[in-house]
Design a protein around this ligand. Structure first.
Ligand SMILES: [Zn+2]
Length: 191
């Protein structure tokens, strides 16, 4: 962020009066530009004993398998964003139940929060979108565990298959931190 979007003056990184951290500030028109975490929203689409995964056609992790997910857009809710991403990446329509919220992960070092929802495929009419090479249903025994794109997807899938055996799907919240070149993931809430 270099210039003020209102008056085009150069921005200065400083602590505004009464605050406790640096912000980009315009000294011409006194606007403070706040930067806050972004939400990533996605689904765990289920059909009978299978889940739908997409193989990424984009970097990062090109060619790896993932759950449909992406950045939430302005003007939509979490669940609307997750449904949209599922349609875009897997060409899939889904049913959402009341207890769909499944995992919530805060990434302190990249300023993101990821939400995954359990949903049911409305039909077997799905097809990869432009960001996917393939979209395919997998049973637990067929999951390509060594080729999953992101740890959050791996963990969400592992918990899902374990929860299926208990027929209980608690909402889990994880905190992910990065220090001394080590990623640490902590389960901070399960209900
Ligand atoms: Zn300005």
């Amino acid at each position: 962020m270099n210039y003020c979007q209102y008056c085009a003056a150069p921005l200065v990184l400083k602590i505004p009066e009464g605050e406790d951290r640096e912000r980009y500030c315009c000294e011409e028109c006194d606007t403070v530009f706040y930067q806050n975490p972004k939400n990533v929203v996605g689904t765990l689409p289920v059909y009978q004993d299978k889940v739908l995964l997409c193989r990424r056609a984009i970097e990062p992790r090109y060619g790896k398998w993932t759950l449909p997910a992406g950045f939430m857009e302005n003007g939509e809710t979490c669940i609307e964003g997750a449904i949209r991403e599922t349609a875009e990446e897997a060409g899939a329509k889904v049913h959402v139940k009341e207890d769909s919220l499944y995992t919530l992960t805060s990434y302190k070092h990249i300023n993101q929060v990821h939400f995954y929802f359990r949903v049911e495929l409305a039909s077997l009419d799905f097809a990869p979108g432009i960001e996917s090479l393939e979209a395919r249903l997998f049973r637990e025994s067929e999951i390509p565990w060594d080729h999953i794109a992101f740890t959050v997807v791996n963990i969400t899938l592992k918990h899902y298959f374990k929860d299926c055996k208990n027929q209980h799907f608690p909402v889990r919240m994880f905190d992910v931190t990065y220090s001394n070149k080590k990623i640490k993931r902590t389960l901070v809430s399960e209900s």
